[in-house]
Design a protein around this ligand. Structure first.
Ligand code: AMP
Ligand code: ZN
Length: 114
């Protein structure tokens, strides 16, 4: 999608610190990190929100969690615990409408989130 920020990061038009990419998934550093490790894991396919997922996207979501598993280990946050968060809709704090999975770790997490 031409006016989408994260499509721009994926294409390389918008500067981003990409830490992982494959045919279907890209992960990059959050520009405003909320934890010592804060990555955004996104599908290359433009999907606006969790509510826009289709049946055909099922394996893609599996791929994303598989990447989260690997990155948590690679980033050294697996042992102490980490969080994967999807904000869906403006009321939940979603500000970029290309679905993304926050991978957060490296500090204690509180519950419930604010
Ligand atoms: P959300 O509020 O769940 O939509 O999350 C959007 C996230 O994107 C926020 O944590 C922002 O800090 C992050 N963000 C915004 N612009 C960029 C960018 N150009 N590169 C990396 N992260 C970004
Ligand atoms: Zn997009």
């Amino acid at each position: 999608m031409s006016d989408c920020l994260f499509c721009g990061v994926i294409k390389g038009d918008v500067k981003g610190s990409i830490v992982y990419q494959d045919n279907s998934v890209v992960a990059f550093k959050d520009i405003n990190p909320k934890a010592p490790v804060h990555l955004l894991i996104v599908p290359r396919k433009h999907i606006a929100t969790l509510l826009d997922l289709q049946q055909e996207d099922k394996s893609l979501i599996g791929d994303i969690f598989s990447v989260a598993n690997q990155l948590a280990k690679d980033q050294g946050i697996a042992k102490d615990g980490f969080r994967v968060v999807v904000n869906c809709g403006a009321g939940a704090g979603q500000s970029v409408f290309h679905i993304h999975f926050h991978l957060l770790g490296g500090r204690p997490m509180t519950w419930p989130p604010g």
